[in-house]
Design a protein around this ligand. Structure first.
Ligand code: AMP
Length: 421
């Protein structure tokens, strides 16, 4: 196909990516490492639908968040329902707990999840419109120790995946008791600088002043350095929680930096927030983010149960990770002629039942050409079957690295394969 013809054919949607067969092993390995780790901490996997009622995210993620105001993939389905492809996971888990009354079951309420998320953001390296997250959530655990354990588990995950140069930023964003008065201080200060702030920040003064710290404009960032900090305005309960969280991190010998301007992009956080960055990534260096959300369940009409958790972007994680592909040993079965093919098919069925990975290619090729294919594809050993083998009930077993070829009876093949030569 010529380049111009290729361009005319249907392409993937901007901001989405195919995960091709030679990359899939990394995704599988990552999920295996992460799942094993989380299960050791008492987490269990949960899976919820990719789309939900739009209202869920408006209520949960927050009506003033960038995600809800600018980035949702929302549509009306044929039944007239307002639907959104989930931009994040937490509201879905909260909905699921309420719907299935999971909080009435035996605790702990600790869940993890892997899956795609959708945000209509500007695509660039490390930022996609369909991307994938590992998500971890804990419910009904108030103590700051669980926030610290989550940070520890997240750190362990990155270490196990070989991510280098990890920085942990922590903060407290207060609660409904202390945030309103802090907002007043912040609004007052931002109002004085209103004329020099960008249009977006001017809007945030009225809608969600905490988000002023999120602005990417250099001039706004400079101005926000002079704004009052939430950590100086926490109520006693939030201050105690934050001090306890930091003390647990110290006890666990986890290095972190208190970043009082860390607000994160979601509206629902209360008390603890944290973010992990990696120097191994480029401009999009935020690899993992999380925090506490004590009011969401109640706001959704569920029980008054607190929540805390984190989300990691899998694409960013993989680009910073250093993973090694497991070596796989597999067999190529080369056959010549119709009867040999049938014998090969039957043999392959038996070997596969024993756990062997076997490949037969159903094309008319000489045995030599098939050996060439086996070499090119990286088979460890080749089973050769021609007319003579059909007659004698024996096959030739060729070791592709040593070149050694042995004559083996069909009945003894499984045993011969288990002897690595
Ligand atoms: P958030 O849900 O916004 O707290 O993001 C949690 C993590 O998801 C981030 O630290 C990133 O690793 C990842 N992430 C968020 N948005 C994107 C995106 N558009 N493309 C790729 N990864 C993303």
């Amino acid at each position: 196909m010529s380049e111009s013809e290729r361009k005319k054919s249907i392409q993937s949607i901007k901001g989405t990516k195919d995960i091709l067969p030679d990359e899939v092993w990394m995704w599988q390995k990552l999920e295996e490492i992460a799942g094993n780790l989380f299960e050791r901490y008492g987490y269990r996997q949960i899976r919820t639908p990719v789309f939900e009622a739009t209202e869920l995210f408006e209520k949960g993620t927050g009506e003033t968040s960038d995600i809800v105001t600018k980035e949702m993939y929302s549509f009306r389905d044929k039944g007239g329902r307002d639907i959104t492809l989930r931009p994040e996971y937490t509201p879905s888990v909260v909905r699921s707990i309420i719907e299935h009354r999971l909080h009435l079951r035996t605790p702990p309420l600790r869940f993890y999840y892997f899956g795609p998320m959708f945000r209509y953001d500007k695509p660039q390296k490390g930022r996609y419109r369909q991307f994938h997250q590992i998500d971890v959530e804990v419910f009904n655990e108030k103590d700051a120790a669980i926030d610290a354990e989550l940070v520890e588990m997240a750190q362990q995950l990155l270490i196990r995946l070989g991510v280098k140069d990890i920085h942990i930023l922590v903060n407290s964003v207060g609660c409904t008791a202390c945030r309103p008065s802090y907002h007043q201080h912040l609004r007052k200060s931002a109002d004085q600088a209103r004329e020099n702030l960008c249009k977006d920040c001017r809007r945030k003064i009225d809608t969600n002043p905490l988000r002023l710290f999120d602005c990417k404009e250099e001039s706004c960032r400079k101005i926000s350095e002079g704004f009052p900090l939430i950590t100086d305005h926490l109520c006693q309960e939030c201050r105690d929680h934050f001090l306890a969280f930091c003390a647990y991190l110290d006890e666990l010998s986890i290095s972190y930096l208190v970043e009082s301007r860390l607000v994160r992009g979601l509206d629902y956080y209360t008390k603890t927030t944290f973010e992990f960055t990696s120097g191994a990534l480029g401009a999009q260096d935020a690899i993992l983010g999380g925090g506490r959300y004590d009011d969401m369940m109640k706001q959704f009409g569920g029980p008054d149960i607190c929540g805390t958790g984190f989300a990691v972007g899998i694409e960013r994680l993989l680009s910073a990770a250093s993973l090694e592909e497991n070596k796989r040993e597999w067999l190529y079965i080369a056959t010549l002629g119709a009867e040999a093919r049938i014998m090969g098919m039957k043999l392959a069925r038996e070997l596969r039942a024993e756990g062997w990975e076997c490949l037969i290619e159903y094309r008319e090729r000489s045995l030599n050409k098939q050996l060439g294919r086996a070499h090119k594809l990286g088979a460890g050993r080749v089973v050769l079957i021609g007319d003579e083998e059909v007659r004698s009930g024996r096959v030739q077993l060729k070791n592709m690295s040593s070149g050694q070829q042995t004559d083996v009876s069909v009945l003894g093949l499984a045993e011969a394969l288990n002897v690595s030569d």
